[in-house]
Design a protein around this ligand. Structure first.
Ligand SMILES: [Zn+2]
Length: 349
């Protein structure tokens, strides 16, 4: 693992992470808070009550039909998961675009240690299993609660679980890129580090957050803005994909139910031979790799009891950077972009 030298500062500890995840946004851009995150639970309760009430007053024949319908409703997401994770359809153009399939070296850019495990493990494990060499660049050491050095070391275990070689796992520790939920990092600094990583390792594919940054954390969003700007302003920059934000507790966090809304947008691409979006679904063994990766972040344990069933542990919907991204991000950047400042990454991790 590569660790840069510099001033130590902040990190996303467990309390901060809980706050961060309580302010999530769903895929339609609707602001979500802690109370709404549980909205799926009452829905499930109502649905269960309706089924039980109907069943109690139904004839034996009607009960049989109801049970068959329930069986189909439960089997359909499972069948879809198996198709998306294991069948040849998983590598069809509609789900796995040609520029992603041809990439030999992929770089995932995140803001804090554990982002790579919590949100990007399907991307890292799937690309690796399909032959790509994977790299991770973490823009801060996550030292908001003074745990930076410990979290840097935890990254070693996470990268190991995800199949990322230690020399391809880079954690920065810079005074102007400190872990702080309310701090917008300087875009040019992020761009400079990402550009250096791309050049140093001859990267052919870049993946990062979308402009919502999963949780709305400003460090995530600043990282996204910088990566997006690089992709749009530099014609030689590798194909770049952003992770689509979806509320992590939708359907109560039941990942198999997420397979249907995750796959639905791809029907159009599949029918008409289009690309531009990618859907990477972890095999079961890769899902377990993601779990082991997060377990390596021992300093972050205790708040994530629901995380094992989060959609992001099973599937990543990625969208290729295009002009629409530029328009959305343009009004959110607080500093100048398009700079070409050069930085030096550490030679040894
Ligand atoms: Zn983060």
């Amino acid at each position: 693992m590569t660790l840069s030298t510099g001033c130590l500062s902040g990190s996303t500890g467990a309390p901060a992470r809980a706050m961060e995840l309580d302010a999530l946004t769903d895929c339609d851009g609707l602001a979500m808070n802690g109370s709404r995150t549980d909205s799926a639970a009452p829905l499930a309760t109502v649905a269960t009550g309706l089924v039980l009430t109907t069943a109690s007053s139904a004839s034996p024949k009607q009960r049989g039909l109801l049970l068959r319908l329930l069986a189909v409703a439960l089997a359909a997401p499972l069948a879809l998961y198996i198709v998306l994770a294991y069948s040849p359809l998983a590598t069809a153009r509609a789900f796995y675009p040609p520029d992603m399939a041809s990439a030999r070296k992929a770089l995932v850019v995140v803001a804090h240690p554990d982002d790579e495990a919590l949100f990007f493990s399907p991307t890292l494990t799937t690309l690796r299993s399909r032959g790509a060499e994977t790299h991770v660049l973490v823009m801060s050491n996550g030292g908001f609660y003074g745990l930076g050095p410990r979290r840097q070391q935890e990254m070693l275990g996470s990268c190991g679980a995800l199949g990322v070689a230690p020399e391809h796992c880079t954690v920065l520790d810079q005074s102007d890129l400190r872990d702080a939920p309310r701090q917008w990092w300087p875009t040019q600094r992020i761009e400079a580090y990402v550009r250096e990583m791309v050049h140093r390792h001859n990267i052919s594919l870049v993946v990062s957050f979308d402009d919502t940054g999963i949780s709305g954390h400003l460090n995530h969003r600043a990282t996204s803005a910088a990566v997006t700007n690089l992709a749009l302003s530099d014609a030689s920059f590798p194909p770049t994909y952003l992770l689509r934000t979806v509320h992590y507790k939708r359907f109560g966090g039941h990942s198999l139910l997420e397979m249907i809304p995750a796959a639905a947008p791809f029907a159009w691409q599949w029918l008409f031979g289009l690309d531009g979006h990618a859907l990477l679904v972890s095999s079961w063994s890769d899902y377990l790799r993601g779990r082991r990766a997060f377990a390596a972040h021992r300093s972050q344990g205790g708040w994530d009891s629901w995380m094992w069933r989060s959609r992001y542990m099973f599937a990543n919907h990625l969208r290729r950077v295009g002009r629409a991204s530029a328009v959305r991000n343009a009004g959110r950047r607080s500093d100048a972009v398009c700079g070409a400042a050069r930085v030096s990454l550490p030679a040894v991790l």
